[in-house]
Design a protein around this ligand. Structure first.
Ligand code: 5BU
Length: 267
């Protein structure tokens, strides 16, 4: 745990980052006073875009699983980008790459989704070793993209812990230009890494398939810089906009408490 980064404001932390995607995320967080990422796991483009439009004003980041969209075509990306400009948010494709460098180059840049062309952030497992980062960086760095490594998971029985998590940190340190942070449940390392945390819901608990939830307040206290909320926001039909704003406030208040109160400028 780094006490220093933990209590630094997003504003101060901007100067610790050179990667364009990391900087854009921090700037958006500050502009919108939002450390909320909504994960929109819906399988038709109409539902996906409807929820994105509803939650857009409250988020800094939208997380997608584009491979679950049944009617996917390039127009889904075009419409998502229009919404990202309308509401001012970045896009994170939760692709969880997990193959050798040569293969992830193709998966990231080609195929149906062409992820690198539209997602400022994506993520990767470290199980293949650091060649996965070299491969993804060869595509993403020239485009100004950033990568998050999966250092921990929110699910029960995850193997991503202990020495595995330490290895993720070591790999990230070798690629500081492209790796901007981690998917993790708490702050990792002494350097300034962006910590994005899934498994967040007000009321905590879990689901019937191993998902485990913590509250926004708890994960931000442990070091989350961005809280990732899915069903907690879009679960109740028609209420996604209202719920997103509720989570935005929770996440922002938890951040202010962590950095030591805050000034009117931050509120
Ligand atoms: P939920 O509806 O808030 O449970 O959705 C959580 C989202 O975050 C979902 O898209 C998962 O794929 C994603 N996720 C996660 O839940 N836990 C993890 O450790 C990682 C991703 Br990595």
């Amino acid at each position: 745990m780094s006490p220093q980064v933990q209590t630094q404001t997003y504003d101060v932390r901007l100067s610790n980052h050179t990667n364009p995607a990391a900087r854009a995320l921090l700037e958006c967080i500050l502009r919108k006073r939002s450390n909320l990422c909504v994960s929109v796991d819906l399988s038709t483009s109409a539902e996906l875009l409807e929820v994105v439009d509803a939650v857009g004003p409250s988020v800094c980041l939208i997380k997608t699983h584009m491979d679950i969209v049944e009617d996917f075509d390039q127009s889904v990306i075009d419409r998502l980008r229009v919404l990202s400009e309308k509401h001012d948010f970045l896009i994170f494709e939760d692709r969880k790459f997990a193959d050798i460098g040569n293969t992830v180059v193709l998966q990231y840049s080609k195929g149906v989704h062409k992820i690198a062309s539209w997602a400022q952030l994506t993520n990767a497992h470290v199980v293949p070793g650091s060649g996965i980062i070299t491969g993804l960086a060869s595509v993403g760095l020239p485009l100004g993209r950033g990568l998050l490594l999966l250092a921990e998971m929110s699910s029960a029985g995850t193997l991503a812990q202990g020495a595995y998590t330490d290895a993720a940190l070591a790999m990230a340190r070798e690629h500081r230009d492209f790796v901007v942070g981690f998917i993790a449940q708490r702050r990792l390392g002494d350097e300034d890494w962006l910590i994005l945390t899934p498994g967040v819901q007000l009321g905590s608990g879990g689901d019937s398939m191993g998902q485990q939830y913590n509250t926004p307040r708890e994960v931000v206290r442990r070091g989350a810089d961005v809280i990732i909320v899915g069903r907690g926001v879009y679960g109740k039909r028609g209420e996604a906009g209202k719920e997103a704003e509720r989570y935005r406030k929770e996440g922002w208040e938890a951040y202010l408490a962590r950095v030591g109160g805050g000034t009117s400028r931050l509120l």
